[in-house]
Design a protein around this ligand. Structure first.
Ligand SMILES: [Zn+2]
Ligand SMILES: [Zn+2]
Length: 301
């Protein structure tokens, strides 16, 4: 079994278990590594000082037992100022940057030569209107499509992946969170045909951009764990594409409660192997205290 997770939320953001409960659960599962990754979203802030103090205390308490890492989940809309205060960052797109939407044929502003939009654009806009995310509720997703794209979900998806393509340039994140989060409610709403080239085209282009930049992608078990979706993020089609592009992976539960800390890990390991991967990756503290990647063969898990 995989005994490490780097996408973990707690009561300090939108989780229901305390950091201490999460660490205790990790210990009972025999985890070697546990990474905390609290949100710093426009609508879900943490008190950074409190977060750092609590995680530091756990690092001390579990020293020699579990390697505890202090990360953060940042959104592409955020200026990554907080990244300097933690050991790793998840680069996630919850808010398609509608202010930056330039309607490319594809979804790779870097390749178009236009460069990335400055982070913070959407916050300017959000002073006037509440920023809408793709994962808060089906109602917000519908509102996003209606307000900015005349109800056209494929245009919304293109804008989403255009934002996603910029996540590394904006945040210099350690890995990519839930690549195709825009499909969170799609098993219920059926608003996107996830095999339609109008949808897959911009997603694959964003993926190619990010692979080229050398940033790994997580297999995120969150929606599967909560019974929202049958497929992980990224779905099996994108996961195969990621393998074929030479991308790297890690496996995370995106747990918001201690009981789900390793939820669906065995299924995710099988899925990764079915899509051609032979190894996954974990983050570890080295001798000098620096955090680096370590590869784990999937057939040993
Ligand atoms: Zn997220
Ligand atoms: Zn998360």
């Amino acid at each position: 079994m995989l005994r490490a997770n780097f996408h973990t939320h707690t009561t300090l953001c939108d989780g229901s278990s305390t950091p201490e409960d999460m660490a205790q659960r990790a210990a009972s599962l025999g985890f070697t590594q546990l990474g905390f990754s609290g949100h710093m979203d426009p609508d879900d802030h943490m008190d950074m000082d409190l977060y750092r103090n609590r995680i530091h205390a756990l690092q001390e308490q579990y020293r020699g037992k579990i390697d505890i890492l202090m990360g953060i989940e940042l959104d592409t809309v955020y200026n990554p100022v907080y990244a300097r205060q933690v050991e790793y960052t998840i680069g996630s797109t919850h808010f398609p940057d509608v202010a930056c939407n330039r309607g490319y044929e594809g979804a790779c502003p870097q390749r178009s030569g236009e460069g990335v939009c400055e982070p913070g654009d959407i916050q300017e806009q959000s002073r006037k209107e509440r920023p809408l995310s793709v994962d808060a509720s089906p109602e917000d997703l519908q509102l996003l499509a209606d307000r900015y794209f005349s109800g056209d979900y494929y245009q919304l998806a293109r804008c989403y992946y255009e934002t996603e393509a910029q996540v590394y340039d904006r945040l210099h994140c350690t890995f990519i969170g839930h690549f195709d989060l825009i499909t969170k409610f799609n098993d219920q709403m059926h608003v996107l045909d996830e095999t339609d080239p109008r949808y897959t085209g911009s997603a694959l282009e964003a993926m190619a951009c990010l692979v080229e930049e050398g940033v790994p992608f997580e297999i995120n078990c969150g929606a599967v764990n909560r019974g929202l979706k049958k497929e992980f993020y990224p779905n099996s089609f994108f996961l195969r594409a990621l393998h074929d592009m030479g991308g790297e992976i890690l496996i995370n539960s995106d747990a918001h409660q201690a009981e789900l800390l390793n939820g669906a890990f065995d299924k995710a390991v099988k899925q990764a192997m079915a899509c051609g991967f032979t190894h996954t990756n974990i983050l570890v503290h080295g001798e000098n205290g620096a955090v680096s990647w370590r590869s784990l063969p999937l057939d040993t898990l």
